[in-house]
Design a protein around this ligand. Structure first.
Ligand code: COA
Length: 262
C-alpha cells in the first residue's frame, strides 16, 4: 500500500511509523486511520520487524486528536459516530495486539485520539515540551478510540476520570509522574533516549519479551488467580525455548546471550 498521510520505514528490526500531517497537527482523519491500520498489519506480518516506534511529523504535535472537521460532520448521526469510534478502536487494537513491543514517541501535543493512540502502544516516551490530555468533553463528546478504558488501566480510574472530566491538558512531566509516560527526555534527547530504551528491549529474549507483554495485557481482564495461572503457563512455555537455555548459559559463562527468538 502506498501511504499519503503517514511515513513507514523499517531499519535494524525497528518499524517507524510517522503520522505526517504537520500542518493539521497530525490530526487523525479517516484516511490516516486507514493507513495506520495497513501499517500495523504490515509491521505484524514482517518477520524482520521486532519493534515499532510511532511518532508525529514536525516539532509541535504527536497527534492533536481526531480530525474535528470530520467529527463535526457526524453531529446528529448516532450510528455514523458509533461506527467511526468502532473503526478507530479496531485499528488501535491492531497496534495493541501487534505481538511486538511498540513505543509512542510523543514529540508534542498528544490530545484526544492522539493520546488514545499513544495509550494503545506498549510504552510511551515523551519530550518535556509535550502536552497530553483527553479534551473531548470540551467539544461535547467523549473519548471514542479506547482512551477511557486504556487510561484507566495504565494510570488508574481516578486519573482517567480527572483527564476525561476536566478535559485539561497535562504537561509531560505530570504524565510521567503518574506513569502515563514511561520515560521523559529533553526535546533534543527524545530520539536518543527512545532508541536506548528500544535497544534494551531488543537485547532481551524476544519470546520472553512477547510473553511479558501479553501477560500484562491479557492479565488485566482476569482476576489474580486466573492471571497467575496464565503466568505459570507462559513460564512453562518459556522454559521450552532455546532462548532460555542460551540466556542462562550466557549468565553462567559470563558472556552476552545470543538470542534467536526460538
Ligand atoms: N482536528 C482538525 N484540525 C486540527 C486539529 C484537530 N484535532 N488540531 C489542530 N488542527 C488544525 C487547526 O485547525 C489548524 O488548521 P488551520 O491552520 O487550517 O486553521 C492547524 O491544525 C494548527 O492548529 P492551531 O490551533 O492553529 O495551532 P495552535 O498551536 O494554536 O494550537 C492545539 C494547537 C493542539 C492546542 C489546538 O490546535 C487544539 O486545541 N486542537 C484540538 C485538540 C482537540 O480538541 N483534540 C481532540 C479532538 S477529539
Amino acid at each position: 500500500m502506498s501511504y499519503e498521510n503517514i511515513l513507514y520505514s523499517v531499519d535494524g528490526g525497528v518499524c517507524r511509523v510517522t503520522i505526517n500531517r504537520p500542518d493539521k497537527m497530525n490530526a487523525l482523519n479517516h484516511q490516516t486511520i486507514t493507513e495506520l491500520g495497513a501499517a500495523f498489519d504490515a509491521a505484524r506480518a514482517d518477520d524482520s520487524v521486532r519493534a515499532l516506534v510511532l511518532t508525529g511529523a514536525g516539532e509541535k504535535a504527536f497527534v492533536a486528536g481526531a480530525d474535528i472537521g470530520e467529527l463535526h460532520a457526524q453531529a446528529g448521526n448516532a450510528q455514523g459516530a458509533a461506527d467511526l469510534a468502532a473503526f478507530g478502536q479496531g485499528v488501535f487494537r491492531k497496534l495493541e495486539d501487534l505481538g511486538k513491543p511498540s513505543i509512542a514517541m510523543i514529540n508534542g501535543f498528544a490530545l484526544g485520539g492522539g493520546c488514545e493512540l499513544a495509550l494503545a502502544c506498549t510504552l510511551r516516551t515523551a519530550s518535556t515540551n509535550a502536552r497530553l490530555g483527553l479534551p473531548e468533553t470540551s467539544l461535547g463528546i467523549i473519548p471514542g478510540y479506547g482512551g477511557s478504558q486504556r487510561l484507566a488501566r495504565v494510570a488508574g480510574p481516578g486519573v482517567a476520570r480527572e483527564w476525561i472530566l476536566t478535559g485539561d491538558m497535562f504537561p509531560a512531566e505530570e504524565a510521567h509522574r503518574i506513569g502515563v509516560v514511561n520515560r521523559l527526555f529533553s526535546p533534543e534527547k527524545l530520539e536518543e533516549g527512545t532508541a536506548k530504551m528500544l535497544k534494551s528491549i531488543l537485547a532481551k529474549g524476544p519470546v520472553a519479551v512477547r510473553f511479558g507483554m501479553e501477560l500484562v495485557l491479557r492479565g488485566w481482564d482476569m482476576d489474580q488467580t486466573d492471571g497467575e495461572t496464565l503466568e505459570t503457563e507462559y513460564f512453562g512455555k518459556a522454559a521450552e525455548t532455546e532462548d532460555m537455555r542460551e540466556g542462562m548459559a550466557a549468565f553462567l559463562e559470563k558472556r552476552k546471550p545470543d538470542f534467536t527468538g526460538k
